[in-house]
Design a protein around this ligand. Structure first.
Ligand code: UGA
Length: 437
């Protein structure tokens, strides 16, 4: 099939080469010329494991191209995917201006007599958006132009998005047209995963329901961790015991310094806004937002309890800037929240992140923060160590190396990656999240 993917962010830039891998001809379109030039030269604008190789392979095969020319991009496409950003607006709602603008441009660029197309939104958009997309295209397209709209939310995680898209648990397609459903079913017939076919609004809601539920699950275990800290239970053991119940499941039960990133915070806020716009008080969402807001501070407070409220003259080794492992994305990163909070009390930092040093520096600046290029450098000669992002390699640090590197005995593990017993056997003091044993 011939496809056009509009927007080359995390969703479009991963989706386009994978559709191509499935045997389709794909044109990726973005308005940002610099970004398209970068992609065409083989340099990916985001760090995503395996992406550069995959894009290169599909481009060499000749079934994947990138352009800024939307008219050329959509001209042959049977399915057009809208994958543009929907960032958080000041009132919590999703800013849909990019979606509206793409819909308007598609409407203006299609020609009388063009073949039938399905226009699909993959961006995370609130209930009702696709109906508006349909209206906008219709208002701008030539009289009688044949098309349908569909919603096809993406469930991929940054850092494992290629794997997630190839091995999705399910594909969700919402449309009010059987013709569109049939076309989408053909596209996804390469996957073994179940295809959930719904109406437009339910599909839009499934995406928000999934993300907010996961955010709530993390928040549950984070609050449970605070209770474990007060009662002497170990949250890791609690999560293990709970997670073995099939009805609960083991995933997304890692207590931490809070969830961050470009999705959960924005999507929880947007669904909350949808709720209040519909005169509904979604109490769990409110609690989730409020609890997540303070989780990073809760962890930072552990440092203040040990070192006092004047941290001037102290240097902390900080491991991690990204909002989670395997990405260079620092949007709403809880790691950065912790550093900012402690810097406010006078602390200095030596920071290492395998991929997010540049993005982290752009966010955090250089005041009292030195950016270094290895775990060893970050730890060496500091007063204490903080683990802030769940990069696998941080969990593999030999506690004996920490002992040699830091001046005091205090080790703060915001991702519960180290073994407290191993750490404390060396005479160090371990502070995790919910692991006061
Ligand atoms: C999330 C969803 O997991 C995807 O299914 C969805 O497609 C995506 O949003 C999106 O809407 O585009 P992502 O934001 O990439 O994916 O990251 P996650 O792996 O979900 O992690 C989110 C945050 O939760 C991170 O800060 C992570 O460190 C934290 N987390 C995750 C925990 O603190 N504990 C856990 O057990 C799991």
């Amino acid at each position: 099939m011939k496809l056009c993917v509009i927007g080359t962010g995390y969703v479009g830039l991963v989706g386009a080469p994978i559709f191509s891998e499935w045997g389709n001809e794909v044109v990726g379109v973005d308005i940002d010329q610099k970004k398209i030039d970068r992609i065409n030269s083989g340099d990916m604008p985001i760090f995503e494991p395996g992406l550069e190789e995959l894009v290169k392979k599909e481009m060499e095969k000749g079934t994947l191209t990138f352009t800024t020319d939307l008219e050329a991009g959509i001209s042959d496409a049977e399915i057009i995917f809208i994958c543009v950003g929907t960032p958080q607006y000041f009132d919590g709602s999703a800013d849909l201006s990019a979606v509206w603008s793409v819909a308007e441009n598609i409407g203006k660029l299609v020609k009388p007599g063009d073949p039938y197309r399905v226009i699909v939104t993959k961006s995370t958009v609130p209930v009702g958006t696709n109906e508006r997309v349909e209206e906008i295209v219709r208002e701008n397209a030539p009289e009688g132009y044949e098309f349908d709209v569909a919603s096809n939310p993406e469930f991929l995680r940054e850092g494992s998005s290629i794997k997630d898209m190839r091995n999705t648990d399910r594909t969700v397609v919402g449309s009010n047209s059987q013709r569109a459903h049939d076309k989408m079913a053909k596209l996804y017939s390469v996957l073994d995963a179940p295809l959930v076919q719904t109406d437009l609004r339910s599909s839009e809601m499934i995406k928000y329901a999934s993300n907010t539920f996961l955010a709530m699950k993390i928040t549950f275990i984070n609050e449970m961790a605070q209770l474990c800290d007060r009662t002497g239970a170990d949250v890791k053991m609690v999560a293990k015991g709970m997670g073995m119940d099939n009805r609960i499941g083991p995933k997304f039960l890692n207590a931490s310094i809070g969830y961050g990133g470009g999705c959960f915070p924005k999507d929880v806020a947007a669904l909350h806004k949808t709720s209040s716009d519909n005169s509904f008080e979604f109490k769990l969402l409110e609690a989730t937002m409020a609890a997540n807001e303070i989780q990073a501070q809760y962890f930072a407070n552990k440092v203040l309890e040990v070192f006092g409220e004047d941290l001037s003259g102290l240097t902390f080794g900080a491991l991690g800037l990204a909002f989670k492992g395997n990405t260079d994305d620092v949007r709403k990163s809880p790691a950065i929240k912790v550093i900012r909070k402690l810097r406010g009390y006078g602390a200095s930092f030596k920071v290492y992140d395998p991929e997010a040093l540049e993005t982290g520096k752009a966010d955090l600046g250089e005041t009292s923060v030195e950016y270094v290029s290895s775990i060893e450098e970050a730890m060496s000669g500091t007063d204490s160590l903080l683990i802030l992002t769940e990069w696998k390699q941080f969990g593999e640090i030999d506690p004996a190396d920490i002992k040699k590197a830091i001046r005091t005995e205090h080790v703060f593990d915001g991702r519960n990656m180290l073994d407290p017993k191993e750490v404390e056997a060396l005479g160090l003091r371990y502070y995790g999240v919910g692991r006061t044993h």
